[in-house]
Ligand binder design. Structure first.
Ligand code: FAD
Length: 337
């Protein structure tokens, strides 16, 4: 079943994450980053790794986002994600094709899988990177991530072991433009496992009750401690609805129980990249702004004219959010009528 592929080019691999045949967009963001790395690593080739059952239909999209080849393990055992068969399948591919660099989305699945593979392959993994580059002298991956509570950035090299592995959270990297007529090669490999080899069974699936996915929202109206209580989020929700957006929150607002964690933006929450981010009653601490600095347009509303958020805002309103937000809602609704 497996095929021969020339092995001289340094390979930059991206894990193409999918669920029920639906690819996770972070895979395409990573392919864009892989292409930028390839530009600085002469002769290298960008390739995807896809596992699942009846998922070959995902490969053409990977080609459109820059993969020259996709290594595919398609097996009923891989119909839903389990760490062991996915990890063993990929470890087998790594042993055979020896990629230099391997990138994963820092999703729940990607974090679990990358950690298992790095341990199994005895190599280094830099988690939650915010920047990926090729070190100009050593020609190896320079993976940058926040450290010491977000106050410092560390660039980590993996000199001795391969592959050099990194995870990146969704929306940290820009989405590349697809090339509609790009094509590539699918290399099929066998899993060679039996169900009896796997200690974990899925008895039933309880769908997540997650109501909102703020990572890919175009408009986010976010509130912080300045709201003074959960009632403020009702107001923000009204503005978000009027703008066709969703509500975001700073960590203190989540810690206080005013909003669910899935709405939290920042270092320990989600990274977002909307077209419009309205920050109301948020001071602009680096642990918050690291999660929304990729926004196209930031409107900050704060009663303190010295609030750091104003330094990065495209438009600023100094004032009490409880006066400003109702006025904005009125204006937006007025524009629609
Ligand atoms: P504050 O800093 O208290 O700011 C409240 C703002 O509201 C003030 O600027 C005030 O002037 C303004 N305000 C008050 N009343 C009004 C009003 N009526 N109208 C208008 N403005 C008003 N934070 C995150 O957000 N996300 C994270 O993921 C995150 N991760 C962290 C990870 C670590 C390891 C650490 C150490 C911290 C983390 N933090 C995170 C916390 C972060 O450092 C800040 O404490 C937090 O972002 C501050 O939240 P805030 O802006 O809502 O509150």
């Amino acid at each position: 079943m497996s095929e021969q592929v020339e092995t001289s080019s340094p390979r930059i691999w991206v894990f193409i994450e999918q669920e029920d045949g639906q690819p996770h967009p972070v895979s395409w963001e990573l392919l864009g980053a892989a292409q930028r790395l390839a530009n600085d690593l002469p002769g290298s080739v960008v390739e995807g790794v896809l596992l699942g059952h009846n998922v070959a239909g995902v490969a053409p999209q990977a080609f459109q986002y820059g993969a020259k080849r996709v290594y595919l393990i398609d097996d009923p055992i891989l119909e839903f994600y389990r760490t062991m068969p996915y990890g063993m399948g990929i470890s087998k591919l790594i042993t055979k094709y020896k990629p230099e660099i391997f990138l994963f989305g820092a999703t729940t699945l990607g974090r679990d899988l990358a950690g298992m593979i790095a341990t199994h392959m005895r190599t280094g993994l830099t988690a939650d990177c915010t920047e990926l580059a090729i070190d100009p002298k050593q020609k190896i991956l320079a993976a940058t991530r926040p450290t010491f509570g977000g106050n410092l950035m560390a660039t980590i090299l993996c000199r001795q072991h391969r592959p050099q592995m990194a995870t990146v959270r969704p929306r940290v990297l820009p989405m590349p433009d697809p090339i509609p007529d790009a094509t590539g090669e699918i290399i099929r490999e066998a899993l060679d496992m039996n169900e009896s080899d796997i200690p974990l069974r899925r008895l039933r699936l309880i769908p997540s009750e997650a109501k909102v996915n703020i990572e890919y929202a175009d408009v986010i109206v976010a509130g912080g401690r300045g709201l003074g209580g959960p009632h403020g989020f009702k107001l923000l929700g009204e503005l978000a609805d009027a703008l066709g957006g969703v509500v975001g929150a700073s960590r203190p607002a989540v810690d206080a129980g005013w909003m669910d964690y899935e709405h939290q933006v920042g270092q320990t929450g989600k990274t977002v990249r909307p077209k419009l981010y309205i920050a109301a009653g948020i001071s602009g601490a680096v642990q918050h702004t690291v999660g929304m600095s990729g926004t196209d347009f930031i409107l900050a509303i704060n009663s303190d004219p010295r609030a750091p958020i104003f330094q990065m805002a495209n438009a600023s309103i100094v004032g009490d959010l409880y006066e400003v937000i109702p006025e904005l809602i009125k204006q937006v609704k007025g524009m629609r009528n």
